[in-house]
Design a protein around this ligand. Structure first.
Ligand code: ARG
Length: 282
C-alpha cells in the first residue's frame, strides 16, 4: 500500500513559516505594479555547464557574483527560452542576488550534480525546484521554503493506472536523483524504474510507450503534458514537498541573507506575482 508521504521537510517548513511573515498565500494588492518579474531575466549572466567557474565561486572576499546551480529542463521553475534560462527560480534568484548586491550567474548541470556542487563550493547555491529532504540536509543546508509541490503521476490517456497503487509492477520513468526517483525506488523497486537525465526525456519515453508512467513534480508535469499529445496527470498525488535553496553548510551568513531576502519577497507579494506569471491558473 503506497501511502502519501509527508517528508520531514513539510514539518520543518511549517516551523520556518511560523518564524517569518508572509508564508501564506496572498490574494492581493500588495504586489508592486511594475512586475520585477518582467525585467529581471535579461540581466542574468549564464554560463554553459561545461565552463569551469570554480575559481570564481572561490573568491569569497571579492565576490560580486552569486553562482547558482540548476537543471534547466524543468518548466515553469527553470527552462530555456531563447537560449536564456528563465522561470520562477531564475527570477527569484535574480531578485535575491540583487538584494545581496551581487550579479546572478546560472550554471546548468545534471540535477544529481547540484548538491555536490554546493557542498564543494563550486557554486554558491542550488536552486532547481529542489525538495528539502533529510538525506540532502546531511550534506547541505536549505533556506526557508519558497514553494510547495507534490509529486504527480503522468500516464497515457486511457491508461489503466489510476492511483499510485496501480504502479506496482509497471515500468516507471523518473528524472535521475530526484525525489520521484528516490521514493519510487523505495516503493516499486529498482528493477521497475527507468531513470532519465531530464524530466522531458522521461515524458518522451512515456509518449513512445517505453515506460507506463512518469513520477515528477506537479507543475513540470502539467507543462510536459501540455507539450505532448495523449498524456494526462492523475488527480492523485504521490508525495508532498517543500522547495528551498541549497546552501553550503559553512555559509550560514549567505543562508541568513537569502532568508531575509526571501522574507521580503514573500511579504511584498513579489514571489506570488512571479508564480502567477508562470502558473496563471494558480
Ligand atoms: N523536486 C524534485 C527534487 O528535488 C525534483 C527537482 C528537479 N529539478 C530540476 N530542475 N530538474 O528532487
Amino acid at each position: 500500500m503506497i501511502k502519501m508521504k509527508k517528508i520531514l521537510a513539510a514539518a520543518l517548513a511549517v516551523v520556518m513559516c511560523m518564524a517569518i511573515v508572509g508564508c501564506d498565500k496572498k490574494d492581493d494588492t500588495a504586489a508592486p505594479a511594475d512586475s520585477a518579474a518582467d525585467s529581471v531575466v535579461s540581466s542574468v549572466e549564464q554560463t554553459p555547464a561545461t565552463e569551469d567557474n570554480a575559481d570564481k565561486a572561490d573568491e569569497k572576499t571579492t565576490k560580486t557574483t552569486l553562482v547558482m546551480a540548476t537543471n534547466a529542463s524543468f518548466p515553469p521553475y527553470e527552462y530555456y527560452e531563447n537560449e536564456k534560462i528563465v522561470g520562477i527560480d531564475a527570477e527569484i534568484a535574480e531578485l535575491i542576488a540583487e538584494k545581496l548586491g551581487l550579479t546572478l550567474e546560472i550554471k546548468d548541470m545534471e540535477f544529481g550534480s547540484i548538491i555536490g556542487a554546493v557542498q564543494t563550493g563550486t557554486v554558491d547555491i542550488g536552486m532547481a525546484g529542489m525538495t528539502v529532504t533529510e538525506e540532502r540536509l546531511v550534506t547541505v543546508d536549505f533556506s526557508d521554503s519558497y514553494a510547495t509541490a507534490v509529486q504527480a503521476i503522468i500516464v497515457k490517456e486511457g491508461s489503466d493506472i489510476q492511483t499510485a497503487d496501480d504502479l506496482q509492477g509497471k515500468k516507471i520513468g523518473v528524472q535521475e536523483s530526484t525525489t520521484g526517483d528516490i521514493y519510487a525506488t523505495g516503493d516499486f523497486g529498482d528493477e521497475n524504474l527507468k531513470r532519465f537525465s531530464k524530466g522531458n526525456d522521461a515524458v518522451a519515453a512515456l509518449a513512445s510507450g517505453i515506460v507506463d508512467a512518469v513520477i515528477i513534480d506537479n507543475e513540470p508535469a502539467k507543462n510536459y503534458v501540455a507539450a505532448n499529445d495523449g498524456l494526462k496527470v492523475l488527480d492523485t498525488s504521490y508525495a508532498e514537498e517543500e522547495y528551498a535553496i541549497a546552501v553550503n553548510k559553512d555559509n550560514t551568513d549567505l543562508k541568513e541573507k537569502i532568508n531575509a531576502a526571501l522574507a521580503e519577497l514573500k511579504a511584498d507579494g513579489t514571489i506570488d506575482k512571479i508564480v502567477a506569471k508562470y502558473i496563471p491558473e494558480k
